[in-house]
Design a protein around this ligand. Sequence first.
Ligand SMILES: [Fe+2]
Ligand SMILES: [Fe+2]
Length: 144
Amino acid sequence: MDDPVSLLKNDHAVLLGQLALLEQQVENKETRLALLQALMRDCRVHFRREQVLFEGLRTALGSGGQSLDSLVQEHRELEEKIVKLMEAMQGTCQHTIPDPEEIHTLIGQFQTHIRHEETVVFVLAGTRLTLAERQNIANQMLMR
Ligand SMILES: [Fe+2]
Ligand SMILES: [Fe+2]
């Protein structure tokens, strides 16, 4: 069976790999822009998939599921940061390169976010959802 947590962990590995590449490409503007665009695309798919898990978990946890809202808020903030970095690079100055410090901050926020999901949310998903619920969530994720 497809496991929603495994699917999301695979996404995390891909996203962390993209972030590591992004950090290495300090000088190459075109590569950085292409990496940011790929990151944005993959993030949006990942966040939509995660939304399916969060909805399933909210139902299973009842009022205990409210802390998931802060993760959804972080998804918005991460997306906004990526968009800002892309806009900076597509600005009137052709040689604009995002401040390495901003890239570094983005990576740190992503890592913290992913760690929280893997150590808390995914553990809850593994213990509080039935096999049938997990299968159903995985099926819905793959359609997003
Ligand atoms: Fe997330
Ligand atoms: Fe995630």
